[in-house]
Write a protein that binds this ligand. Structure first.
Ligand SMILES: Cc1ncc(COP(=O)(O)O)c(C=O)c1O
Length: 393
């Protein structure tokens, strides 16, 4: 059977460490209860499992304490909670023209409710934003800066620390979309001055789909309304929503089986160390960037060096539509990629790729090897050779 090379880690990571599935099976076979919803041993242990996961994530991102972490279903829900929970009529937001729709769309919903946004332009080749542009966009009514840490289109890392300094000086909350960076690059929310960190559990944290979270800096919860209210298993004698973390934002039964897997994924990261994983990905990125340089007719959109980026690469190959290239890589070479606009319409508009149907994206992760990179480069070289264009079409 043809070997399959998974190069779509920006969508969700695959494979997961074996410990992730083992933890989910263990939960399903041994516990099966809802956290905080009973006094029997299995329910208590499920509650402990959820607390352990919270503590592990807090350790990974250097949060003040575990209760600063709120569990959600994905990064989109986390971003919605931060954006829609914080902002009200008359508030102004600074964001960029390179964001994912999970920031752009909540901001567009709020535009109809009197919240104004300035979308700062970015460097057209990479998507990198200048911190000085963020500063220029700030008004007296600016309440939030909402920006991604790493791009899901070009892989560019934004100058977060400079942006955080501006946010702190101007007393504006900083919301960071870490969908493409948590688990890939070290993040210390306290040192980096991040007030709100939205992240998926199913990408770099190696958990299953249906997991995510939001870090909320101490005290900020008094300014953020929950999007969902309901049973939390705490202060059940009151009909009013708890005002304390994390219960204020965690109504309804948890995705306990997902959190069991996520906890094992985060434990795996803590054991292996983010620095070591970043070093591995830097090796893969350098190899890929070096290899594709030699391929005629291939265009890379984004930074051409490994430093200052994550391993998310958007490319086009002359003679191929983005979806057609993804199809050929899949059917002829067993390489799994994503094509199109991947939920970032303005990023593609900035790069000039929107009209042509976007690009083809290859994204590598913790379990990709140098052999995967070499096979991918070989496949790209083969499809871009002039004779193959005709045979593959
Ligand atoms: C930059 C960015 N933000 C947000 C998201 C949304 O993440 P989720 O699928 O967990 O909702 C993604 C997913 O691809 C992303 O790449």
């Amino acid at each position: 059977m043809q070997r399959r090379i998974y190069a779509d880690n920006a969508a969700t990571s695959f494979p997961k460490p074996p410990e992730v599935l083992a933890a989910m099976i263990d939960y399903a076979e041994r516990l099966g209860a809802s956290a905080g919803r009973g006094a029997y041993r299995e329910a208590v242990q499920t509650g402990e499992l959820v607390s352990t996961c919270r503590a592990r994530i807090a350790k990974l991102i250097h949060a003040e304490e575990p209760r600063r972490i709120v569990f959600t279903l994905n990064c989109t829900e986390s971003l919605n909670l931060a954006i829609r929970g914080l902002l009200a009529r008359g508030d102004h937001v600074v964001s960029t023209r390179f964001e994912h729709n999970s920031i752009l769309r909540p901001l567009h919903v709020l535009a109809g409710a009197g919240v104004e946004t300035t979308y700062v332009a970015v460097e057209p080749q990479t998507g990198r934003v200048l911190a000085s542009e963020i500063r220029r966009a700030i008004r007296p009514s600016t309440r939030l800066i909402a920006i991604q840490h790493g791009s899901n289109v070009t892989g560019v890392l934004q100058p977060l620390e400079e942006i955080a300094t501006i946010a702190r000086e101007c007393k504006i909350a900083l919301l960071v979309d870490a969908a493409q960076t948590l688990g890939h690059v070290p993040i210390d929310v306290q040192k980096m001055g991040i007030d709100l960190l939205a992240f998926p559990g199913h990408k770099g944290l190696l958990g299953p789909l249906g997991t995510g979270g939001l870090y909320v800096r101490s005290g900020l919860e008094s300014q953020i309304q929950p999007l969902v209210a309901g049973g939390t298993g705490s202060i059940s004698d009151l009909p009013t929503q708890p005002d304390f973390m994390p219960d204020k934002y965690e109504s309804g039964s948890h995705n306990a089986i997902g959190i069991a897997g996520l906890s094992a994924g985060v434990a795996w990261l803590l054991e292996h160390g983010i620095e070591a994983l970043r070093a591995h990905e830097l090796v893969l990125m350098r190899r890929f960037l070096e290899g594709i340089k030699r391929i005629d007719g291939l265009t890379l959109f984004g930074p051409t060096t490994a430093e200052g980026r994550v391993s998310v690469f958007s490319i086009r190959v002359e003679g191929f539509e983005p979806a057609e290239l993804a199809g050929v890589l899949d059917s002829e070479f067993g390489i799994l990629t994503r094509s199109g606009i991947y939920c970032a319409p303005w990023a593609h508009e900035t790069l000039g790729t929107q009209a042509g149907g976007g690009a083809t994206r290859l994204s590598f992760g913790a379990f990709n090897t140098e052999a995967d990179i070499d096979a991918t480069i070989e496949a790209l070289a083969a499809v871009s050779a002039p004779s193959s264009v005709h045979t593959s079409r």
